[in-house]
Write a protein that binds this ligand. Structure first.
Ligand SMILES: [Zn+2]
Ligand SMILES: [Zn+2]
Length: 240
């Protein structure tokens, strides 16, 4: 389907507002448009949105397309923040341009490289693609969960994804912030990794939630723990 970029932006805005309101329809003015606007009329003509009680909602096809656009936008944000290290306003501006480039399966390549991220840097959900269901792995991946690393492999924390706020706060209090270097030491019976001067033991659930940006050349070989070093256990059922 041929759809203009401005019309794609309207679909994206509608998705975002409905997500925020947790509703299925909203007034056009809520997304800053009105009947007669060229991009809005284009969406009606393509049967991507329809009127309902003075508001607009997605058609089934419109919802699918909007989901795809939002997915591309949020993946682009992850790519720009986690890999290219862009910050602030530049991320938003560049993501809006990037999302139009991530078509025809390019989004899947990016998604695989980034370890199938589930949230954007703003904490909003990234709609999963087919690659996420299959959990496809790439050999040249850039970001993956800590639990996917082999002993001796490491990198810098890209982000932590957990719906448990308390766990997140505790990890952050321990100094596990985006950009902190980490190296995996062992995988069983629990995941133990080095973070700065500290060794931290976590269970699989937490190891799955720490996403690491693999940095070439910053992976240190496995070292035996130095005596006197503090060792934390985090989130393990046993030992707390
Ligand atoms: Zn975002
Ligand atoms: Zn994916």
């Amino acid at each position: 389907m041929e759809i203009s970029e401005p019309a794609e932006e309207v679909l994206e805005a509608l998705w975002t507002v409905l997500e925020k309101k947790n509703a299925s329809s909203t007034a056009l003015q809520d997304i800053g448009f009105k009947r007669g606007d060229r991009e809005v009329e284009e969406l009606f003509k393509l049967n991507l949105i329809r009127s309902v009680d003075g508001e607009v909602e997605f058609t089934e096809e419109g919802r699918k397309l909007a989901e795809d656009i939002v997915r591309r936008h949020r993946l682009a944000e992850r790519l720009l923040v986690d890999v290219l290290d862009l910050k602030g306003k530049l991320v938003e501006e560049t993501a809006c341009k990037f999302e139009h480039l991530l078509r025809d399966g390019v989004d899947e390549h990016i998604c695989i490289l980034l370890g199938h991220p589930k949230i954007c840097p703003h904490g909003l959900p990234i709609p999963p693609g087919r690659c996420c269901e299959k959990e496809e792995e790439a050999t040249g991946r850039i970001i993956c969960p800590l639990s996917d690393l082999k002993p001796g492999e490491g990198g810098k924390i890209a982000y932590i994804y957990t719906s448990d706020r308390r766990k997140l706060e505790r990890l952050m209090v321990m100094g596990l912030l985006p950009g902190s270097p980490v190296t995996l030491i062992q995988r069983s019976p629990s995941y133990v990794f080095q973070a700065g001067q500290t060794q931290i033991a976590v269970d699989e659930e937490i190891a799955n939630s720490i996403y690491v940006r693999i940095v070439e050349g910053e992976t240190s070989p496995e070292k035996p723990p130095t005596r006197g070093r503090r060792r934390f256990r985090f989130g393990l059922r046993k030992g707390w």
